[in-house]
Design a binder for this molecule. Structure first.
Ligand SMILES: *[C@@H]1O[C@H](CO)[C@@H](O)[C@H](O)[C@H]1NC(C)=O
Ligand SMILES: *[C@@H]1O[C@H](CO)[C@@H](O)[C@H](O)[C@H]1NC(C)=O
Ligand SMILES: *[C@@H]1O[C@H](CO)[C@@H](O)[C@H](O)[C@H]1NC(C)=O
Ligand SMILES: *[C@@H]1O[C@H](CO)[C@@H](O)[C@H](O)[C@H]1NC(C)=O
Ligand SMILES: *[C@@H]1O[C@H](CO)[C@@H](O)[C@H](O)[C@H]1NC(C)=O
Length: 508
């Protein structure tokens, strides 16, 4: 087993093919696969850790921890290595809007703090064991002034005031009409504060480390949802019993539930980049086979309360063939992004619907961490104006627009890798089936002294989003109980790969 993984010969041939990799590369770590993107060769060394968090785990307020894999950010400086092989440090993660499979609920947005620890291995782990633990530590609730935020559907707005744009809002029973967030992206800054992206706006918010909103970024008109000429932030998921309509997709702007899934910050904390999950409505965003031209926006946030939009590029998502669908190929969507260099990013790209809750044992076709580069792409920012613009009418990209380079890299569905951790893609048994939704990317340098330590070696952590599915769930600060109608208990899964990323400069 070991000899087939530690392929000295393949390391030598790769080094020969990519001489710029340098001496650090000559270490005989395993090679699962590699990708060359804009002249840089990245190496995946395979899965090194796996662990789970119970579906019914709760936070310090008594609420179900739930879908905190929506977004994760490590405190890189906290990671250490102990002689027994354990890599350990702090990771922050944010759940989306709370349990929402049966209508949206009044769930205050929050950021959880965990201690992540794992014993990385290039070998197989023993059957039914885990070599990773994510231990809950603390939670920070998010507020704007003295108003708590909520996760209720954005059926209301709060008018613009004091440097804040008009805000998507939900009507709570006890605290009035308050800002609502459906968080999907999290960035941790050196001062301990956060940028958080959301799906309702789709907006990007800055919160202090104590959880106070200080900035809200409203994107160009092309991305903000409009219906019949009016702002329409709703996601079509009103609370049960509210009497509100389940609204359709807007006429233009982000499609329902397809907001800023990806958020990333450059190492120098100057550039903040957000990406739409799929195409905007006017770019084919309501057609499963034509929603593949998505947008990536970058703000210069040097002056935090005066963010300046500096670029907008198009990423064309890979199409996949789904044997269960009549029309193919289907567009994949993104669930997170991460900076690698000033013009290169990791993107978490995947299909959806392959999941025990859909009553389907169909394996997933595409679940990757890929690499995109906007070095040679067209910056469409100058075309933005007072009204929404389309760059792909009905889903067909306009001529003369160059999209970002797209390079496939890490495959979650690699059966050999999964089997080493007793996991599988699709089918039975459910307990060891890989979860459907993977929505976060965190990068941690391999600590000095740890197994696998070398020049430009990194751990890549991803956490699944379980949609708060449990039979013993709680919300409203532990006062209300729920049992998800699916009858399922979906634990959160965590995966870690090791990779050689030659041009990534981590934050210190
Ligand atoms: C899958 O993973 C195994 C083990 O890491 C590796 O040897 C193999 O090359 C991978 N396959 C692909 C197609 O990446
Ligand atoms: C390794 O040591 C750390 C503390 O130094 C401890 O928390 C962890 O459980 C140990 N791991 C193993 C596998 O013994
Ligand atoms: C792992 O454990 C399961 C459940 O006990 C068993 O069915 C399976 O055969 C085991 N696999 C291996 C490779 O030992
Ligand atoms: C109002 O918000 C506060 C702060 O989160 C919370 O403690 C309280 O329970 C809420 N009140 C009601 C009636 O929901
Ligand atoms: C993606 O976009 C291109 C160009 O706009 C189009 O030809 C293709 O069919 C689209 N769909 C998929 C799923 O790839």
């Amino acid at each position: 087993m070991v000899s087939s993984i530690f392929l000295i010969s393949s390391a030598v041939s790769l080094a020969a093919a990519a001489p710029h990799l340098g001496h650090g590369f000559s270490k005989a770590f395993p090679v699962s696969n590699s990708a060359t993107c804009s002249g840089i060769t990245y190496i995946n060394r395979g899965l090194v850790a796996y662990g789970t968090v119970a579906a019914d785990a709760r936070d310090k307020f008594g609420d179900t921890l739930g879908g905190f894999g929506s977004a994760a950010a490590p405190d890189v400086s906290s990671f250490t290595w102990t002689k027994n092989g354990t890599v350990k440090g702090t990771l922050f993660a944010t759940p989306d809007r709370g349990w929402n499979t049966e209508g949206s609920i009044d769930y205050q947005a929050r950021v959880h703090k965990f201690e992540l620890s794992f014993n990385p291995t290039f070998d197989s782990i023993a059957n039914a064991t885990e070599n990773l633990a994510l231990n809950y530590q603390d939670t920070t609730l998010l507020f704007k002034g003295d108003q708590p935020t909520t996760g209720l559907d954005a059926d209301y707005t709060i008018p613009a005031s004091n440097d804040f744009p008009v805000l998507p809002a939900g009507k709570t029973s006890g605290n009035g009409t308050v800002p609502t967030l459906d968080q999907e992206g999290l960035v941790l800054l050196r001062d301990g504060s956060y940028w958080i992206s959301d799906e309702y706006g789709p907006y990007i918010y800055h919160f202090t480390r104590e959880g106070q909103m200080t900035v809200a970024i409203r994107p160009p008109q092309s991305l903000v949802p409009y219906t019949d000429g009016e702002l329409a932030f709703t996601s079509g998921n009103p609370p049960v019993g509210s009497g509100l309509d389940e609204a359709d997709d807007p006429d233009s702007g982000r499609a329902t539930n397809h907001g800023f899934e990806g958020l990333a910050i450059s190492t120098d904390e100057r550039f903040l980049t957000a990406q739409l999950q799929e195409a905007a409505v006017q770019d084919g965003g309501t057609h499963a086979t034509r929603q593949n031209n998505t947008r990536q926006l970058t703000y210069d946030v040097t002056i935090r309360d005066h963010p300046r939009l500096v670029s907008e590029y198009i990423v064309q998502q890979p199409g996949i063939f789904d044997p269960q669908e009549k029309k193919n190929p289907r567009a994949t969507s993104i669930s997170d992004i991460h900076y690698l260099s000033p013009h290169q990013f990791f993107t978490m790209t995947r299909d959806s619907g392959e999941y025990i809750n859909f009553g389907s044992n169909t394996p997933s076709t595409y679940r990757h961490i890929d690499i995109v580069s906007h070095r040679d792409a067209t910056n469409i920012l100058d075309q933005e104006g007072p009204a929404a613009i389309s760059i792909a009418p009905d889903g067909y990209l306009l001529p003369n627009l160059v999209v970002e380079d797209y390079c496939p890299f890490i495959d979650f569905n690699n059966a050999t890798d999964l089997a080493r951790f007793n996991l599988h893609n699709g089918g039975l048994p459910y307990a060891t089936e890989l979860n459907e939704k993977w929505e976060s990317i965190a990068i941690i340098p391999v600590p000095y002294g740890a197994k696998g330590h070398g020049e430009k070696e990194f751990y890549i952590v991803s956490i699944s989003d379980n949609d708060f599915i449990t039979q013993d769930g709680y919300y409203d600060f532990g006062r209300k109980r729920y049992a998800d109608a699916s009858g399922e208990e979906v634990s959160t899964q965590v995966l870690v790969w090791q990779a050689h990323l030659p041009n990534y400069v981590p934050r210190v």
